[in-house]
Design a protein around this ligand. Structure first.
Ligand code: F6P
Length: 550
């Protein structure tokens, strides 16, 4: 895809046509009674309403044309066939194999996935039944997952989302930040003899995770645990078995990972161990099944009805032709409150690139900033900017149609009403005339009503998708996450970038070593730094010295 391609030009012309005609999303509903039916799709149990987008059928056709121009169909098949689509690391991206879509040419992958699932299942069974005992012969009641990025966000998000499916005797906590405040606050009040640490790190080299794991081990020993019993309290998930063993983890307690699963795509692998421990193996399997259904949909559905394809193409439409810099994710479900953070990594690590697959500079914008939080809270903080701010920010509303149990139905109805009202308000806005009329009805003078109406008018015409889950169950959650994974892949294919590497993350890791040494007083390391860093370090050292001398 490049600026100047036929498809790109056609899309630019479509954007210009819509802008110049002044067509609004509301107009598109008025002119096409079939719009809702045609633009509402299903993926497994999830209903996806794409009708509130600033796009008509001609522009959508132009978007589908660039998908064909970029050979999206072939690219989808290449992923499922296990082609090395992660070209900078010469690897396939086989998260779909973890959900049962194993490339026929790789039967060994099927074997290793199924053996790992069995190992997870049998471990979960031992912990849940109480057969797995801590150093005082008591059952485990607390799991602490230590990981970061994909080794934290996926399991933490899914575990929070599946709160209603939690095992009654197990609580699962997550530690990620290298700030000792995080692990100290989690460890506070825990009973070491009933605590199991899952050290989740694909590489087993990540500084944050290893520092926290070491601190956890020291804490465990200080709380009465012994070296001899460490295997009862520390297990690992990693592709780096020697490093996990060197840390002191018994090889039987190392759950495998593979280089063909990216960190942000790894919750379906043994990185999901904490999800299964927090809930049950059956819940974890339903999660995988839900994702497998989204995979089947992505692989087999014609592009014009393919939900992740349409979501990805719409993201390209807004990023490149309407110049939207950010995209907001608004789950109207408190249990999905970690979804925006999870999607931040998924989308921004995958699409935050400025070169194409061959390393050529791209002449257009790629991944937008992804942000958001659970509704309705955002309505009382940042939604003001969504409604009246100067930028158009496309939104994803994610809602759960029904609440199980009867007690809280009315409150749930308030939640849904707010969700639907927000997407409608973004689309419809409020004209100056409507605001003026409201002011008059409130008893304001005509002069006051006019002055205030300028502030109360809301532009509207702001696009959104609504994704409706039947209930927040593991199957629907699996489908939802996989939909987003595939949406990201679609964007990467249109932009011709590699969605599966993250070289930009390396630079911070490389620079933190010398910075650590400089903070510790190493003169040579300090001299190699820029003026700002040197000054900040000096200030930190002086502050520490002053505090000591007090
Ligand atoms: O630093 C970024 C990253 O590499 C992510 O891609 C990954 O999910 C995270 O670090 C954790 O990596 P690991 O599982 O190897 O500790």
């Amino acid at each position: 895809m490049a600026v100047g391609n036929t498809g790109w030009n056609a899309l630019a012309a479509q954007q210009l046509r819509i802008t110049q005609s002044g067509t609004t999303i509301k107009d598109l509903f008025d002119s096409d009674p079939q719009r809702v039916t045609q633009m509402t799709h299903r993926c497994a149990s999830i209903l996806v309403d794409l009708s509130k987008h600033l796009i008509d059928s001609d522009a959508l056709d132009a978007l589908l044309s660039i998908a064909h121009e970029q050979k999206l169909g072939d690219a989808i098949r290449a992923m499922f066939d296990g082609e090395p689509i992660n070209n900078t690391e010469n690897r396939p991206a086989l998260h779909v194999a973890l959900r049962g879509h194993v490339p026929p040419k790789m039967p060994e992958v099927a074997d290793t996935v199924s053996a790992t699932l069995q190992k997870i299942g049998s471990f979960v069974e031992q912990v849940h039944s109480g057969a797995w005992k801590g150093f005082t012969q008591q059952a485990i009641t607390t799991i602490v997952n230590i990981g970061i990025g994909g080794s934290d966000l996926g399991p933490a998000m899914a575990s929070a989302a599946l709160r209603s499916f939690h095992h009654p005797n197990i609580r699962c906590l997550f530690v990620s930040n290298v700030d000792p405040a995080h692990i100290r606050s989690v460890l506070h009040g825990l009973e070491a003899d009933k605590t199991l640490f899952v050290i989740a790190s694909k590489t087993f080299t990540t500084l944050e995770t290893l520092s926290n794991a070491r601190l956890a081990r020291t804490w465990y020993l200080s709380e009465g645990g012994t070296e001899q019993d460490i295997h009862r309290h520390f297990v690992a998930v990693s592709s780096n078995v020697p490093a996990a063993q060197a840390f002191g983890i018994n090889s039987d307690n190392i759950f495998p990972m593979w280089d063909w699963v990216g960190g942000r795509y790894s919750l379906w692998s043994a990185i999901g161990l904490s999800i299964a421990l927090a809930t049950s193996m059956s819940v974890f399997e339903q999660l995988l099944d839900g994702a497998a259904d989204a995979d089947a949909h992505f692989l087999a559905t014609p592009l014009q009805n393919n939900v992740p394809v349409l979501m990805g193409l719409l993201a390209v439409w807004y990023r490149n032709f309407w110049h939207c810099d950010s995209h907001v994710v608004l789950p109207y479900a408190q249990d999905l409150h970690l979804l925006p953070a999870f999607l931040q990594q998924l989308e921004m690590e995958s699409l935050g690139k400025t070169v194409d697959r061959l390393g050529n500079s791209l002449p257009f914008q790629t991944g937008p900033v992804i942000w958001g939080s659970a509704g309705t809270n955002g309505q009382h903080s940042f939604h003001q900017l969504l409604h009246q701010g100067s930028s158009m920010i496309p939104a994803d509303f994610i809602a759960v149609a029904t609440l199980q149990g009867t007690e809280d139905q009315q409150q749930h109805q308030h939640l849904l009403a707010n969700c639907l009202a927000q997407s409608r308000a973004l689309m419809c806005g409020k004209t100056y005339e409507e605001a003026f009329e409201e002011n008059i009805k409130k008893g304001l003078s005509s002069e006051q009503a006019s002055r205030l109406a300028h502030h109360r008018q809301v532009p509207g015409n702001r696009p959104s998708s609504t994704l409706l889950l039947p209930t927040l169950n593991p199957h629907a959650l699996g489908t939802l996450i996989a939909l987003y994974e595939h949406k990201v892949y679609v964007q990467s294919v249109i932009w011709n970038i590699n969605a599966f590497d993250q070289w930009g993350v390396e630079i911070g890791k490389q620079l933190s070593g010398p910075m650590f040494d400089a903070l510790g007083g190493d003169t040579l390391a300090t001299q190699s730094l820029d003026g700002s860093s040197q000054n900040l370090i000096k200030h930190i050292q002086n502050t520490a010295r002053d505090l000591q001398n007090q």
